[in-house]
Design a protein around this ligand. Structure first.
Ligand code: HEC
Length: 180
């Protein structure tokens, strides 16, 4: 028993020295091992699911909400998450982990899957994600604006560039509470 404790303590000290020695490469161009990526993904998905599970979701199929979401998305999110027919930006290509490209995701038609996505998206847009570059927009936007953006991101799954431009144009001149 005593030998095991000495071994564990020695391992912990060796680990602290290894981590503090600077040998670990924090560069964004140095990818994680596949196993590390899987562990981070598993932690992230479980964390979001746990924190978002009881969120009451408002009606998202609403033209006004979608217009407001289009306006917010177009102004604040395309630099990282892009839009249909848009080339990767310097910002989006330099990030690690890479921001997901929503219009390349398949459309969600199943109501319960939609609800799950809505909760997840709202939570992430409001709170951001540690050590990824995804900002917490809840510090500068109220829940209505975050739900509007959530509704738009859900609609963005599988969206064509024509539909995107149409929605963004119809949102122009749309009353909003602040400039970006
Ligand atoms: C500076 C770059 C940046 C900006 C700007 C940004 N994001 Fe992100 N976003 C990220 C990154 C990076 C991730 C996390 C990728 C990961 O964890 O694998 C992310 C993750 C997300 C996710 C979680 C997606 C998923 O399925 O896991 C959502 C939803 C999201 N962003 C929405 C938005 C919206 C909406 C905006 C605009 C209001 C926005 N983001 C602006 C970089 C950004």
């Amino acid at each position: 028993m005593k030998q095991i404790s000495v071994f564990v303590a020695a391992m912990a000290i060796a680990m602290i020295f290894a981590l503090g020695s600077g040998i670990y490469n924090m560069s964004a161009t140095e990818k994680h091992w596949p196993i590390t990526e899987k562990v981070i993904e598993w932690m992230r998905e479980n964390s979001i699911a746990t924190h978002a599970k009881d969120l009451p979701v408002p009606v998202l199929e609403n033209d006004e909400l979608l217009k407001s979401g289009a306006e917010h998305y177009h102004a604040m999110c395309t630099g990282c998450h892009l839009a249909p027919d848009m080339q990767p930006t310097e910002l989006s290509s330099g990030l690690y982990p890479q921001p997901p490209v929503f219009h390349q995701r398949p459309p969600t038609n199943d109501p319960s899957q939609k609800l799950e996505y809505a909760r997840k998206y709202f939570w992430v847009i409001k709170n951001g994600l540690k050590m990824t570059g995804m900002p917490a927009w809840g510090l500068s936007h109220d829940d209505n604006e975050i739900w509007a953006t959530t509704a738009f991101v859900l609609k963005l799954h599988g969206m064509t560039s024509t539909a995107y431009e149409h929605l963004v144009q119809s949102a122009e001149g749309h009353a909003h509470s602040h400039d970006h």
